[in-house]
Design a protein around this ligand. Structure first.
Ligand SMILES: O=C(O)CCC(=O)C(=O)O
Ligand SMILES: [Fe+2]
Length: 214
């Protein structure tokens, strides 16, 4: 074993938050986390999102993936902006630092083989939704874990709608309803759990992404 590998193993520190997420994923294929990022992160990312939206950098989200995509308003009505990890943005930098730390942990402890990631901002205008779906595509099964982080204002109310509803695989299991309160992060198995975004009464803001294999 190379000396640097040995040191890498020695400096391994168990992370209780990550362990909780991993345990949740193993047990029920999803995890809901309130404190993955510091509170200031929501505001920083919300401001970056809104700035780009106002500068008209968002595009109508499509179904399919970046290679074969079709805009289909009856399926999803959000607008997205793909993030570039090397963009010079404080909030995004912090975001990716934490995500990368988590990926390193997953690869070390669960041998998940996450090699790639892709994240986009999403803005759902009033009245829009995303019909029940699975986050994998016929020509691309590399998406392993889906991550959604909500960037709505502090005063977001349940009656604004826009709930994320996850459909567990177990027969007879009740759907799980998750309100998009700011700072909440949801992580789930992309290839296993169908889910949908219910119609929303207010502009709904988030960052969504995928950890991918190969
Ligand atoms: O925003 C959410 O709660 C989920 C979004 C989603 O399902 C997707 O972008 O594939
Ligand atoms: Fe999805």
């Amino acid at each position: 074993m190379a000396v640097n590998e040995l040191f890498e193993q020695l400096d391994f520190v168990e992370n209780p938050l990550y362990e909780k997420i991993i345990a949740d994923l193993m047990e029920r294929q999803y995890s809901i986390v309130e404190n993955f990022f510091p509170d200031t992160e929501v505001t920083a990312l919300r401001n970056s999102l809104l700035e780009k939206y106002e500068d008209d950098h968002f595009k109508k989200a499509a179904i399919g993936n970046r290679v074969s995509e079709v805009v289909e308003k009856t399926v999803r009505g959000d607008f997205i902006f793909w993030l570039n990890e090397s963009a010079n943005d404080k909030g995004e930098e912090q975001f990716f630092r934490k995500i990368n730390d988590f990926v390193t942990y997953l690869n070390r402890t669960c041998f998940m083989g996450i090699l790639h990631k892709e994240f986009h901002y999403a803005l759902y205008p009033e009245g829009t939704f995303y019909k029940r779906h699975l986050d994998t595509f016929q020509n691309d099964d590399r998406r392993k874990l889906s991550i959604v982080y909500y960037l709505n204002e502090e005063n977001w109310l349940p009656e604004y709608g826009g709930e994320l509803v996850i459909y567990p695989n177990e027969k007879g299991a009740e759907p799980i309803t998750i309100y998009p309160f700011p700072g909440k992060m949801v992580i789930f198995e992309s290839q296993i759990l169908e889910h949908e975004v219910k119609p929303v009464q207010r502009e709904r803001l988030s960052i969504t992404g995928w950890l991918k294999t190969r």
